[in-house]
Design a protein around this ligand. Structure first.
Ligand SMILES: *Cc1c(COP(=O)(O)O)cnc(C)c1O
Length: 355
């Protein structure tokens, strides 16, 4: 591998993908028809392993899409009769709201400060809102919505669907799947797989809503995907290589509690290490809202520029700032596929150049 990537997506792909790629070819699955028994078996095994390894409730359904962005649209088109409510503090939450609006959904939004918890008690959600939309891990600013907050949200909005964007945390941290109805992510972040695939995880209530709305106008209408998925099929030719890589990764993966512990410990180590420098400060001061998978640092724009350039020259790809934090932050990914020795070499570089 020529460069070491700490970019928070697309991120460093898992080192074992070379082996998985080779096996995918040799096993012949890439030349199989997607209606074949071989594909259906792969599809079934992959969904089963995802549930096992990520701790997804048995009665939830899984469908595959092509990206997290597509999941935003599917929620707007297939699960929203009239309106969605978006509570966010960063660029991805904001974009989700815009995408829903463009599809003709009536959108309501509440934004909050990056230092704050979700202001659940203050949310005034109109009667007609079908779906409450939350970004669990805001990749643009490195904040995370806690399990406790999601539990309170669940209680407060028991009669609505809750949809959660977990693009940069799924497969890297534990998630309280029971506390929401729609969970989704793309695979090029926490999973450490090549881009081009999304995963949508649906509660029985979400499936019931899709059935009730019976929206069937699109190639990616959710009900169409669910009905197919129940037969271990897909509405259209899927990313068979992506599904195969996911299958192999999940097969080799330790249970999510272990991964979560590793990510959390690495995060705490990172913060200890980074706090020793005068060149930057953590973007987010409030420790209780910090993401464990995306670490943003704030500094003078000139320092940010120097940091990105010098790191690049030394063979490291750091995450540039995003959205309103573009000029004065960098982001360091803390995903499980990054190797310990890669973290050590980035630390060595930072110490040598910025201490
Ligand atoms: C990266 C990201 C997306 C978009 O993912 P795509 O796979 O490019 O569609 C959406 N939401 C969050 C929180 C992200 O980090």
């Amino acid at each position: 591998m020529s460069r070491i990537s700490f970019y928070p997506g697309p991120s460093r792909v898992n080192a074992k993908v070379t082996e998985y790629f080779y096996d995918a070819y040799m096993e012949g699955i890439l030349s199989e028809n997607h209606r074949s028994a071989a594909f259906m078996k792969l599809f079934k095994k992959t969904k089963k392993l995802l549930k096992q390894k990520l701790d997804v409730p048995e009665d939830y359904e899984i469908v595959f899409t092509s990206s997290a962005t597509e999941c935003w649209e599917i929620i707007a088109q297939s699960l929203t009769a009239k309106a969605s409510f978006h509570v966010y503090n960063g660029a991805f939450g904001n974009k989700w709201c815009e995408y829903a609006g463009k599809l003709g959904v009536e959108t309501h939004a509440a934004s909050f400060d990056i230092e704050d918890a979700v202001p659940i008690k203050l949310l005034s959600v109109p009667e007609e809102v079908d779906v409450v939309c939350v970004t669990q891990n805001e990749t643009s600013n490195g904040t995370q919505v806690s399990d406790v907050e999601l539990t309170i949200l669940r209680r407060q909005f028991a009669d609505r669907l809750i949809a959660v964007d977990a693009t940069s945390s799924m497969a890297a941290t534990t998630l309280p799947f029971k506390m929401a109805d729609v969970w989704f992510a793309s695979v090029q972040k926490g999973f450490g797989l090549p881009s081009g695939m999304g995963i949508m995880i649906l509660s029985p209530a979400a499936v019931a809503k899709a059935e009730k709305l019976n929206e069937n106008d699109h190639y990616n209408s959710l009900l169409f995907s669910i009905v197919n998925s129940r037969k271990d099929q897909t509405p259209y030719t899927p990313n068979i290589l992506g599904i195969y890589l996911l299958y192999r990764l999940m097969e080799d993966r330790r249970p999510i509690e272990e991964i979560n512990r590793k990510v959390k410990n690495r995060f705490l180590d990172w913060m200890d290490f980074l706090n020793k420098f005068d060149s930057w400060t953590p973007l987010v001061e409030n420790e209780s809202v910090r993401s464990t998978t995306v670490i943003p640092l704030k500094a003078e724009p000139s320092v940010i520029k120097e940091l990105l350039e010098k790191a690049s020259d030394a063979g490291f790809t750091l995450g540039s700032g995003y959205g309103e934090w573009k000029e004065d932050t960098i982001r360091i990914a803390n995903f499980p596929s990054i190797k310990k020795k890669e973290i050590q070499s980035l630390r060595f570089f930072l110490k040598k150049n910025f201490d």
